[in-house]
Design a protein around this ligand. Structure first.
Ligand SMILES: [Zn+2]
Length: 539
């Protein structure tokens, strides 16, 4: 009795204080109201029509709301209102501090990105997170811990298995990064130096992440004829450590395995049958993108760049490297001219190559477009410092069949772009609108509700982001609003620096970041810390 009287007295004082501050009691129950939209809530359920009320950074009401209750009203009549898109596979840890507006993601409707994939991350995480806390970013950001980054710090480019001492040092670094807020551990096993690591090494290093309840993500060793074994290796790492596994940018990347989707579904579904949480992500294009280094045998880089140059001078080694590249990059079981499928996206040494394929470059140099000349050119490009390449190596039908899998999510495998610089993969600008425009609207491969589920609640569930990825009362107000008839990617392989169209609004933590297809330059994004920071304790 006494305490409730006290409460009543306090509330009276508060109300008087509010009247004093505002002049009158506030009629506005919401800072922002979205009215009349077709809400697709992220669960996979069909749309429903309602209003959404937002107070501060949260969704506080779904239901009919009067206009006068709102600070600002967005009329979403005839528009789709979805949770903001979550991209689990990015490299945005590079560039998010320099370009905090992250325009190429925001203007796809993306509200959360996870960086540090494929074995590489910005080390140390504490410094990156601190910068973001101080300076802000437009979208929410979480980060994985990259195996290659950690291994290089301790072992440089050594091919051997780590000594006991090196192992302990690597584990200590991972522990430090988990405590700083890392979400889990990522490997890039076709890149240096991860390519040298045996499965046992990865299992042991991942045990540090497992202690905190992090996730294991992997750019697997092989995405061609040995893809099943490579998936099984990733599953083994997660299964032995009792944590979820995310297989990154899934694809059948050699024409020898085109059409053989069971090479992926069999190991994944068998693991799920035994209760192992395995998921995959995919970008909606038939071309990959990576450094030219990935076309070379791992041994030729052992000991660093200088040793690589020395090896190229040796005739026998040169021939060995040459036949490896021919087998890996220039041979087709389907009679495809592979020289026309390899494009240079970015080259510091030879910018005139950008946007051209190997065949076109040879012709422009007056050379015969033979495989022999092609492989010499690839080696020359790497010798002169390397280049970022785009490789058309997937079959459209496989892309579509993989997209239908219920445990697959849409993700870009992109990074923060400087508008107009280089010729990056169009996935950096177009992934999410492309899924909706091309695969949902034009091709009817999946339903809109399923596509949105795979962009929102599925990634949130997998990365244990419990308060995002759905339109529900109590969730953070991350919302993407678009016109279903016109939402479309514009970025192409020839002209990738093009933003999508048909994006009406993007709201992040209750703030409007896109209004009528224009970035407002607001920076309301939050850092999404992993379990090592939020609980501070081991599991
Ligand atoms: Zn990768």
């Amino acid at each position: 009795m006494k305490s409730s009287f006290k409460l009543a007295a306090i509330s009276t004082v508060l109300i008087i204080a509010l009247i004093f501050l505002n002049g009158a009691p506030s009629q506005q129950s919401y800072d922002l109201v979205i009215k009349n939209g077709f809400i697709i809530d992220g669960s996979g359920n069909p749309w429903f029509k309602s209003d959404i009320g937002i107070k501060h950074d949260k969704i506080t009401k779904i239901g009919p709301i009067e206009k006068n209750q709102a600070g600002k009203v967005i009329d979403a009549r005839n528009l789709i209102v979805a949770p903001g898109f979550i991209d689990v596979h990015t490299h945005c840890d590079r560039g998010i501090v320099e370009i905090p507006t992250v325009d190429n993601y925001i203007l796809q409707g993306v509200t959360t990105v996870i960086g540090g994939n494929c074995g590489g991350h910005s080390f140390p995480l504490e410094k990156l997170f601190q910068k973001l806390e101080e300076e802000g970013a437009s979208l929410n950001f979480g980060c994985l811990i990259g195996h290659n980054t950690i291994r290089r710090k301790i072992m440089e480019n050594k091919m051997e298995a780590p000594t006991e001492e090196e192992m302990e040092k690597m584990k200590a670094l991972i522990d430090q990064e988990m405590k700083a807020g890392g979400l889990g551990f990522s490997t890039g096993l076709s890149y240096l130096p991860g390519i040298y690591a045996k499965t046992e090494e990865i299992i042991e290093l991942t045990s540090v992440v497992a202690r905190y309840g992090g996730i294991y993500t992997s750019h697997i060793r092989d995405q061609g004829i040995h893809i099943t074994e490579a998936i099984e290796e990733a599953i083994e790492v997660g299964e032995k450590n009792g944590i979820p596994i995310q297989i990154s940018h899934i694809k059948l990347a050699e024409d020898a395995v085109w059409g053989k989707i069971e090479k992926i579904t069999k190991p994944v579904e068998e693991a799920r049958e035994r209760g192992v949480e395995v998921l995959i992500d995919q970008y909606p294009y038939t071309a990959t993108s990576s450094g030219f280094t990935s076309s070379f045998p791992a041994w030729c880089f052992e000991g660093g760049r200088e040793r690589f140059h020395e090896r190229l001078k040796d005739k026998e080694n040169y021939q060995k490297i040459k036949s490896f590249i021919i087998k890996r990059r220039l041979t087709s079981t389907k009679g495809i001219n592979k020289m026309e499928t390899i494009y240079i996206a970015r080259s510091r040494k030879s910018p005139e190559y950008e946007g051209k394929n190997i065949q076109e470059i040879l012709i422009s140099q007056g050379k015969r477009p033979s495989i022999d000349n092609g492989v010499d050119l690839i080696i020359q490009i790497e010798r002169e410092g390397g280049a970022q390449g785009v490789f058309f190596q997937m079959d459209e039908k496989d892309v579509e069949d993989l997209m239908r899998l219920p445990y697959n999510m849409h993700a870009s495998d992109g990074s923060v772009q400087i508008f107009g610089i280089g010729v990056p993969h169009p996935r950096n600008y177009g992934t999410f609108p492309r899924v909706i425009a091309y695969y949902v609207r034009e091709r009817g491969i999946i339903s809109l509700e399923d596509a949105i589920r795979k962009m929102t609640s599925l990634p949130a569930q997998t990365f244990r982001t419990k308060d995002r990825g759905m339109i529900k009362e109590g969730m953070f107000a991350d919302i993407t609003i678009f016109d279903y008839d016109t939402f479309e990617d514009k970025a192409t392989f020839q002209e990738p620096h093009q933003y999508s169209q048909g994006l009406s609004y993007v709201i992040i933590n209750g703030e409007i970041v896109v209004e009528n297809n224009k970035h407002t330059a607001k920076l309301p994004g939050m850092v999404l810390y992993g379990p090592g920071k939020t609980t501070g304790e081991n599991k």
